[in-house]
Design a protein around this ligand. Structure first.
Ligand code: C5P
Length: 393
């Protein structure tokens, strides 16, 4: 699969560098042509000689190296690549890439490169979970970069947690779809995300705690794989891949109208949105005055079930995937929803996933139940896309 592909291996400075040597070997064994760019701190852990010997190519590590620039300059190197793998993607390197700081050869190349990028982070687990690192990863994945790992286990620092560089085979497997980039090319995907907000009067609303993170990640990853993606986004849904068409909505009725219109005759519809089950029967204009009122009751009426409406329309998407946030009996309740809403699969997950940085759940299709293991929401999103692409068409 990698035959003749040009892979640029961007090597950051962390103890996991020694395992990248194994990765370089594997990529070459699978037919790729590999060139390495090392940061200065990477060279403190392993000398460039190791990678020169493995790849048979000069290793680049100096932005101001005139000999290097004469043979192949940083701009050409960026353009030469069919895909770029950053391993180990250290916390510092992720931060520099997220902020566009071009202070060495690798970070400069990354500003020029248009090729798909795979980030393989490795660091101490506290550094990985640090808010700054997570934000930087969100920024980079929103730009369309893909993530593999970090794996959980024993770390070089003696602690245990998420922060290990993924196995070379896993990095290789994650790289393949980037090169067939366009695994989803020609497909139209529509995803709804976030909470809905129902107005009671001009000031007050009824909503929920959904953040829209998973829907935005699914949209970004599907777009990175070549799909034409529309994201119907409730308030607060984070930004995603620049090529995703975003339709901002507030209420369930607005979301329903947008979904029916955008979802018609498409390939995949994913309903991640936490749609408010009810809306106010008679929303008020302006601001309701409290006056002396000590208690009150307000009439609510049920909102339509958006995903059931999408699954039931004449020009139904080929595949409709629903979510089920459950507090208990996840699989049983998920399967009930699969049948009731006439969808092709349900991703059942625990209500504790809402607002959390990690997620896990179960993929429930007509004939299968598969546990999707706990990981970051990026990994969860990738596992869901993988299952969708495996559904028989
Ligand atoms: O029935 P429940 O709300 O648990 O089902 C969750 C699934 O149904 C999610 O995919 C959600 O987006 C969708 N849903 C919907 N319209 C509603 C309620 C839920 O599309 N009114």
């Amino acid at each position: 699969m990698l035959n003749g592909k040009h892979i640029l291996l961007g090597i950051g400075g962390g103890i996991a560098v020694y395992r990248v040597a194994e990765l370089a070997r594997l990529l070459i064994k699978r037919g790729a042509e590999v060139r390495c760019v090392m940061t200065r701190s990477a060279c403190e852990f392993v000398t460039p000689m190791t990678f020169e010997a493995l790849t048979g190519q000069a290793v680049h590590n100096d932005l101001f190296d005139l000999t290097g620039e004469r043979t192949i300059g940083h701009i050409q190197l960026a353009r030469w690549a069919d895909a770029i793998v950053i391993a180990p993607a250290t916390a510092g390197l992720l931060a520099r890439l997220a902020h566009g700081i071009a202070d060495d050869l690798l970070s400069t190349i990354m500003l020029v490169a248009k090729a798909p990028v795979l980030l393989a982070p490795a660091m101490n687990h506290s550094m990985w979970h640090a808010e700054a690192t997570q934000r930087n990863v969100e920024t980079l994945t929103a730009r369309g970069m893909q993530l593999v790992g970090p794996a959980t286990g024993d770390l070089a620092c003696g602690e245990t947690g998420a922060g290990r560089l993924s196995e070379p085979e896993s990095i290789h497997d994650a790289l393949l779809p980037l090169l067939t980039t366009h695994a989803l090319k020609g497909q139209q995907w529509v995803i709804n995300a976030g909470p809905t907000v129902e107005a009671w009067d001009g000031v007050r609303t009824l909503s929920n705690r959904a953040t829209g993170t998973l829907g935005a990640l699914l949209a970004g990853q599907a777009a990175a794989l070549g799909a034409t993606v529309t994201l119907i986004a409730g308030p607060g849904t984070p930004p995603t891949h620049p090529q995703v068409q975003r339709i901002a909505v507030e209420s369930a009725l607005q979301m329903l109208a947008a979904c029916l219109q955008a979802g018609s005759d498409t390939d995949v519809f994913i309903g991640t949105a936490a749609v408010s089950d009810f809306r106010f029967a008679e929303p008020l204009a302006g601001k309701m005055k409290r006056g002396d009122t000590q208690s009150m009751s307000i009439d609510l009426i049920a909102n339509p079930d958006i995903i059931a409406a999408v699954a039931g329309m004449d020009a139904r998407p080929v595949r409709v995937i629903a979510f089920a946030a459950e507090a208990e009996k996840h699989i049983e309740n998920g399967r009930t929803k699969l049948l009731a809403k006439h969808v092709d699969a349900v991703v059942a997950n625990d209500i504790s996933n809402m607002g959390a940085s990690c997620a896990s759940g179960w993929w429930i299709s007509r004939d299968q139940e598969i546990k999707l293991n706990a990981g970051s929401k990026h990994i969860f999103a990738a596992a869901i896309i993988d299952q969708i692409t495996r559904l028989d068409r």
